[in-house]
Design a protein around this ligand. Structure first.
Ligand code: PEP
Ligand code: MG
Length: 931
C-alpha cells in the first residue's frame, strides 16, 4: 500500500491521534485527539512531517500523488462542513498552518482565509449578508499571503521597513488616520474593499507579481510556504536555541475556517487551563469580539480577560466572556476540564466563536514560567491528577533558574520613578539599557551590555534580540501576545500592553507623557507587578524558600535523588549561600583565589622570586596564617559537611604576569630583589602553553613548601574546629595528576604534615587525600592512581580541554563555526561530551573502584550544574556533583530526575555506589577495553 501522507480529521473521528506527534506534528495530533474526544473542531487534514522531509529532499517539489490525497481529504472536509472549496455560491475557506513535533510558537508561517477570490467573494457576501466581514477576511488573506508565500517563502529580503506586510500596515494606518477612526473595527465594508485593492497594488509593486486569484493556487502556495518556513531564519534560530533537530520537519494543517470576525456575535480567544505565569489553578485567557486569532496573538488590540476571576487592575473595566455569554463560557470551561483530565497537564487552547457557536482550533501542552511549572506540578500531584514522579519530571531543571533569579528591591522601587505600567507577563526583575530593535539588542549584548528590548509589539523576527535581552517591554499586546509567550517560555522578565509608551523607532526613543527615554538610558522592570521604572533600581537576591511549592517539590526531589550535591565555593559567604540552596558539602575550593588579595600576593611574589628553598619557605610560610583563617571560615560555614580543598593549581606566572614597571619597582623595593632580577624571573616563568606548563601538582612537586604550607593551614584550621567541639571533614585534593608517582609524592607530604599537626595539637582529624582527574592519562591509569588517592573529583573543564585538545580559553575562535556546521552538537565546555570525555569519566570510575571499591567519586567542572551532565554523572555511578551555588537546586532536581529515569539499586546519598553496576550507557571500559 502506498504511504499515507494526508490524515483527515472532522466530525467526531480522525485518522490520527495525540500519540502521532512525530508524523502529524503537535497541532495535527492534538486536533485529531480533540475530534476523538468529541470536542467541536472544524474539519481538516494534516500533511505529514515526512512530506516536509521529502519536499526538501526533492528540492522543493511535492509528489504528484499528494494532489490526489489532498483532493480526497478536501472532499471529506466539504462533506462535513456542507460547503465547497472554491465554490462560487457557498465557498468553504481554509486555513493553512504549520505544526512541528514540538511547538515553535510563531516561528513558522500560517495563511488564513484561503479560497477568497473574485469568484468566491460575491457568493460569500450573498451567503453571509456581511460584506464587511468578507472584505476584512480578504484584506487579511492578501496581507498574510503576500508576507508568507510571496515574500518569505520566495526568499525575498526587503529593506528595513519595506516588507509587503509593513507597507500594508502603513496603508491601513493612513486610512485610519484620514478617516479619524480609533480602531480596526471602525472600518466599513467599503473601506476594507478599498484597502484590499490597495493591498493588491502594493503586492504587485513590491513583489512584482499579482496576488493569485485562484483557490487551488492559494492552497498549494500556502502548503509549500509552510514547508519552506521550516527553514526560515526565525525557525532555524529558534531551533538552535531550543535544540530542536533540523530533520524533524513540520506538518501542514489545512483546516476549514471558522470566523471570529463576522460581527458582535463572533469572537476569538486564547486560554490556558491554568495561569501560565503563576501556575494558579484558574482558567486564564483572553478574548476579542469580532476578531481573528492573529489579532490576539499579534498584540494589535489589547484583549479582555475571559472570566471575572482573572480580571486585574488594568482589565477591570473590560467585559469578560463569562459576563458577555455565560452559556458559551460554561461550555468552554467544560472543555477546559475535559482537556486537563485527558492530557493531565495544563493546556494552551485557541478557540473561535462563530455566530454564537464555539469551535476549538488548537490545544497543546502550555508553555509556562518556571514558577508556574513548579506550582502546577505540585498542585496537580496533590489533586491526584498526576503522581509525584510525574510531577518531578514535569519541571525542566533549568526552569528553576527563574525562581533563583533576583527581583527588584521593593524599597528601592518605592523611591524610583514609575515610567509606566503594563501587564506582568514574565516574572522577576530586569534592569538594562533601552534599545529599540532586536538587531540593536543583539549587537549591544555582544558587547557585554545589559539591554531591555522595547518594542510596540514583538514578532518572531525579533527572537534573537529577545533572547539576549535582560527583559522585554512592549506597548501593545496582552498576556498571550507573542512577546509574553516567548518570554515566559524562557523564564524572562517581560511586560506587555504598556499602552502609555509612545515608541519612536527611528529616533530610538520612547516617550511617556513628558518623560523621554533615549537609547542607552537605563530602565528597570518588575515583571511581576508590571511596573516600569526610570533608571537602575537595585535588585534583591532570589528567595525561593518563601515559595511553598518550590520547597515542597525540592523536598520530593531530595528524597528521590541518589547522589549528593555539593558546591564550588572559595569563601564562607558563597558557602553559606550554597548551603541555603541545599549544598551538602564543598566539592571544590580553588585556593588560588585566596592568594590574590594585596596583602597576600606580595608574599606569593616574594616566594616566586626567591632563589633558595629557605627563602621560598620563609616567604610562603607568611601565607600560613591567612590560609588557616580562610579554611577555618569555610569549615565553620559548612558545619561538618565535607570540604574539598584543592591545592594551588595555576601556572606561577599568573601571579607575576602583566605587572607594570611601577609594580615591578614596588615589588623590587618590598622584596629587596633588584628590578633586573625581578624582570629576569618573570621572563623565566613565561610559558608558551601555560595550561600545559608548570601548574597543578607540578608546583607542589617542584616547590614542596607550597603543599606543606597549604596542608598545614588545612589541618591547623581543622584542629581548631575540633577543639571548639565542632565537626570537620577536610578532603585535600591534588590537582592535575597524570601519574601515580605524582600522587604518591604529594600524598606522602600531606600525610606527614597531617601526622605532625595531629601530634602537635593532640587531635584526630578525619581527613582524606584524593585527586582531581583532569588528564586523560590519570583516567586511563585510575586503578593505579586509586592505590593512593582516596577520592576522585573529575575536573571536566581541564579533562574536556585535554581530551578534545581545545584550549578552554581560545575555543571561542572556532566554536561558533563548529556549532553552526554541526561538527559539535553543543559547547563541550558547557554540556559534557558523554561520548568522549564521558567515556574517560566512566573508565576512571570503574578502574579506580576496581582497586578501591569504596572510592568516592564526584565532579567539580562546570558540567556539575548542567542538567544533562548531572544525569550522566548519576548513570556512571558518581557519588556527588559539585557546582556553583546558584546551580545547586538545579543539580538537586536533575539528580532526582536521573534517579527516576535510571534508578540505582542500592545507593542513597552519601553511600558509595559499586563500580559500574548500575551503569546503563554500556560504553564501559570493562566491556570494551583492556585492564
Ligand atoms: C576543572 O578543570 O574542571 C576544574 C574544576 O578546575 P579549574 O576549572 O579550576 O581548572
Ligand atoms: Mg582544572
Amino acid at each position: 500500500m502506498a504511504k499515507k501522507n494526508v490524515y483527515f480529521f472532522g466530525g467526531k473521528k480522525a485518522d490520527g491521534n495525540e500519540k502521532m506527534k512525530e508524523l502529524l506534528g503537535g497541532k495535527g495530533a492534538n486536533l485529531a485527539e480533540m475530534c476523538n474526544l468529541g470536542i467541536p473542531v472544524p474539519a481538516g487534514f494534516t500533511i505529514t512531517t515526512e512530506m516536509c522531509t521529502e519536499y526538501y529532499k526533492n528540492k522543493g517539489a511535492l509528489p504528484k500523488s499528494l494532489e490526489k490525497e489532498v483532493a480526497d481529504a478536501m472532499k471529506k472536509v466539504e462533506a462535513i462542513m456542507g460547503k465547497k472549496f472554491g465554490d462560487a455560491k457557498d465557498p468553504l475557506l481554509m486555513s493553512v498552518r504549520s505544526g512541528a513535533r514540538k511547538s515553535m510558537p510563531g516561528m513558522m508561517d500560517t495563511v488564513l482565509n484561503v479560497g477568497l477570490t473574485s469568484k468566491t467573494i460575491p457568493g460569500l457576501i450573498a451567503k453571509t449578508n456581511n460584506p464587511r466581514f468578507v472584505y476584512d477576511s480578504y484584506r487579511r488573506l492578501i496581507m498574510m499571503y503576500a508576507d508568507v508565500v510571496m515574500e518569505k517563502a520566495a526568499g525575498i529580503e526587503p529593506a528595513e521597513g519595506k516588507s509587503a506586510r509593513l507597507l500594508m500596515e502603513h496603508a491601513m494606518e493612513e486610512m485610519k488616520k484620514a478617516k479619524g477612526y480609533k480602531g480596526d473595527t471602525d472600518f466599513t465594508a467599503d473601506d476594507l474593499k478599498e484597502l484590499s485593492e490597495k493591498f493588491k497594488v502594493i503586492v504587485k509593486k513590491s513583489l512584482g507579481k499579482e496576488f493569485p486569484d485562484d483557490a487551488q493556487a492559494q492552497v498549494w502556495g500556502g502548503i509549500k510556504a509552510v514547508f519552506q518556513s521550516w527553514n526560515g531564519k526565525r525557525a532555524i534560530s529558534y531551533r538552535r536555541i531550543e535544540r530542536i533537530p533540523d530533520d524533524w520537519g513540520t506538518a501542514v494543517n489545512v483546516q476549514a475556517m471558522v470566523f471570529g470576525n463576522t460581527g458582535d456575535n463572533s469572537a476569538t480567544g486564547v486560554a490556558f487551563t491554568r495561569n501560565a505565569a503563576t501556575g494558579e489553578n484558574l482558567f486564564y485567557g483572553e478574548w476579542l469580539v469580532n476578531a481573528q486569532g492573529e489579532d490576539v496573538v499579534a498584540g494589535i488590540r489589547t484583549p479582555s480577560p475571559i472570566n471575572i476571576a482573572t480580571k486585574g487592575e488594568q482589565s477591570a473595566h473590560l467585559q469578560s466572556l463569562e459576563e458577555a455569554n455565560i452559556k458559551l463560557y460554561k461550555q468552554l470551561d467544560g472543555i477546559r476540564t475535559k482537556l486537563e483530565k485527558h492530557y493531565k497537564d495544563m493546556m494552551d487552547i485557541e478557540f473561535t466563536i462563530e455566530e454564537g457557536k464555539l469551535w476549538m482550533l488548537q490545544c497543546r501542552v502550555g508553555k509556562r514560567t518556571g514558577m508556574a511549572a513548579v506550582r502546577m506540578a505540585v498542585e496537580m500531584a496533590e489533586e491526584k491528577l498526576i503522581n509525584r514522579e510525574t510531577a518531578l519530571m514535569r519541571v525542566a531543571p533549568a526552569q528553576l533558574d527563574e525562581l533563583l533569579h533576583p527581583m527588584l528591591d521593593p524599597k528601592s522601587e518605592k523611591s524610583a520613578t514609575v515610567l509606566a505600567k503594563g501587564l506582568p507577563a514574565g516574572p522577576g526583575g530586569g534592569v538594562g539599557q533601552a534599545v529599540f530593535t532586536a538587531d540593536d539588542a543583539a549587537e549591544w549584548a555582544k558587547k557585554g551590555k545589559k539591554v531591555i528590548l522595547v518594542r510596540n509589539e514583538t514578532s518572531p523576527e525579533d527572537v534573537h534580540g529577545m533572547h539576549v535581552a535582560e527583559a522585554i517591554l512592549t506597548a501593545k499586546g496582552g498576556m498571550t501576545s507573542h512577546a509574553a509567550l516567548v518570554a515566559r517560555g524562557w523564564g524572562k522578565c517581560c511586560i506587555v500592553g504598556c499602552a502609555a509608551l509612545h515608541i519612536d523607532v527611528e529616533k530610538k526613543q520612547v516617550t511617556v507623557g513628558d518623560k523621554v527615554v533615549k537609547e542607552g538610558e537605563w530602565i528597570s522592570m518588575n515583571g511581576s507587578s508590571g511596573k516600569v521604572f526610570l533608571g537602575q533600581v537595585s535588585v534583591l537576591p532570589a528567595d525561593p524558600d518563601s515559595n511553598p511549592w518550590y520547597s515542597k517539590i525540592m523536598k520530593w526531589a531530595d528524597s528521590t535523588r541518589q547522589i549528593n550535591v555539593r558546591t564550588n565555593a572559595d569563601s564562607p559567604a558563597d558557602a553559606q549561600q550554597a548551603v541555603a540552596f541545599g549544598a551538602e558539602g564543598i566539592g571544590l575550593c580553588r585556593t588560588e583565589h585566596m592568594f590574590f588579595e594585596p596583602k597576600r600576593i606580595i608574599h606569593m611574589r616574594e616566594m616566586i622570586l626567591a632563589d633558595s628553598e629557605k627563602a621560598r619557605r620563609d616567604a610562603v610560610m607568611k601565607l600560613l596564617k591567612f590560609q588557616e583563617e580562610d579554611f577555618y571560615g569555610l569549615f565553620k560555614a559548612m558545619a561538618g559537611r565535607p570540604v574539598t580543598i584543592r591545592l594551588l593549581d595555576p601556572p606561577l606566572h599568573e601571579f607575576v604576569g602583566g605587572l607594570t614597571d611601577g609594580q615591578i619597582a614596588e615589588l623590587s623595593k618590598k622584596t629587596g630583589v633588584s628590578v633586573d632580577r625581578v624582570n629576569a624571573r618573570i621572563k623565566q616563568l613565561h610559558e608558551l602553553n601555560p595550561m600545559l606548563g608548570h601548574r597543578g601538582c607540578r608546583l607542589g612537586i617542584a616547590y614542596p613548601e607550597i603543599t606543606e604550607m597549604q596542608a598545614r593551614a588545612i589541618f591547623q584550621a581543622a584542629a581548631r574546629i575540633l577543639k571548639e567541639k565542632g565537626k570537620v571533614h577536610p578532603e585535600v585534593m591534588v590537582p592535575l595528576i597524570g601519574t601515580k608517582a605524582e600522587m604518591d609524592n604529594q600524598a606522602a607530604l600531606i600525610n606527614s604534615i597531617a601526622a605532625d599537626v595531629q601530634k602537635e595539637q593532640k587531635v584526630k582529624i578525619a581527613y582524606m587525600v584524593g585527586t582531581m582527574i583532569e588528564i586523560p592519562r590519570a583516567a586511563l591509569t585510575a586503578d593505579k592512581v586509586a592505590e593512593t588517592a582516596e577520592f576522585f573529583s573529575f575536573g571536566t573543564n581541564d579533562l574536556t580541554q585535554m581530551t578534545f585538545g581545545y584550549s578552554r580559553d581560545d575555543v571561542g575562535g572556532f566554536l561558533p563555526y563548529y556549532i553552526d556546521k554541526k561538527i559539535l552538537p553543543e559547547d563541550p565546555f558547557q554540556v559534557l561530551d558523554q561520548e568522549g570525555v564521558g567515556q574517560l569519566v566512566q573508565c576512571a570510575v570503574e578502574r579506580g573502584r576496581s582497586t578501591r571499591p569504596e572510592l568516592k567519586c564526584g565532579i567539580c567542572g562546570e558540567h556539575g550544574g548542567e542538567p544533562e551532565s548531572v544525569k550522566f554523572c548519576h548513570r556512571v555511578g558518581l557519588n556527588y556533583v559539585s557546582c556553583s551555588p546558584f546551580r545547586v537546586p538545579i543539580a538537586r532536581f536533575a539528580a532526582a530526575q536521573a534517579a527516576l529515569q535510571w534508578p540505582r539499586k542500592a545507593a542513597k546519598p552519601g553511600k558509595s555506589v559499586k563500580a559500574g553496576k548500575d551503569c546503563k550507557s554500556g560504553k564501559c571500559c570493562k566491556k570494551g577495553g583492556k585492564k
